[in-house]
Write a protein that binds this ligand. Sequence first.
Ligand code: F6P
Length: 336
Amino acid sequence: MKIGILSAGGDCPGINAAIRGVGKTALLHYGMEVVGIHNGFSGLLDRDVELFTERTLSGILGRGGTILGTSREKPFKKSADGYLSHKPQIIYQNYHELGLDALVCIGGNGTQKTAFKLAKMGLNVVGIPKTIDNDLYGTDFSFGFDTAVSVATDAIDRLHSTASSHKRVMVVEVMGHSAGWIALYAGMAGAADIILLPELGYNLDKVNDKVIERAQRGKPYSIIVLAEGLRTGAESPSDYLSHEIEEATGLETRRTVLGYIQRGGSPSPADRNLATRLGGHATELIVRGEFGRMVGQRNGHMVSVPLQEVAGRTRLVPVDDDLIRCGEKLGISFGH
Ligand code: F6P
């Protein structure tokens, strides 16, 4: 068998571990041929590929980014006047001309949607969930999330110093797209005083009350962690909230946007192992001929779900998530 691997969408810690997991299982255990496709779906359009050897896959487990490169190419995207391009047909043709028997697509929501559409055209596709946002349906965790939470937690720990020394309110904006997973997990691990999630919304008066109540209890400093997807009506939620809080409470307020450092660099040990297992399991699906599916982890076990169930869905934080309930009992405000 000859299989192709690509990574698409934003980079994320653990992609190389997943590539290695797929590739080494395929090459060394099953004796398959493995083709690396460069720059996401662009590489399938341009036939920008390389034949993998064991050597290509050596020394990459702990490396950030993706050795294959990535892009946000969306071959099924319609033009402004509503027409589909010929890109899907070009990909279909190149897949066959490259002699591929299966295609592994490592990516987030957008990538899995494209993977599903390619599967519907008749290509043998297997998806691997990748995103720091942890917002993919069909898996309890996606690799990259644990690393992003570690980076954000470390940043929050450091911001505590300035908050308490200068008696300031520190507003920290973390990534997550429209979901609040990173804000919740890093906020709790970093002992934030207030955590604001898109799933729960917020009441500005209640946020200000919490900051003032803390000041009255002798703590004129607070750490507020918010998700980038929080809807405030302003372009930058942290910019808007820090301004409003300073106005209302009279306390000096500063904001920090963590940005891309959350998804750069070396993956955590947990992400390396998750990505390795997901990669290995993707190869097993190919061997069994189970296509049109995305691999995932549920309750610690490797599973797979139809791409149809994943495509177009976003997994948000449940409003009654145990970590939220636990935080509320510790006196952490979730903005209500
Ligand atoms: O999906 C990961 C993510 O980092 C989101 O949290 C963020 O909104 C988005 O990608 C930004 O990525 P880019 O600037 O590469 O489009």
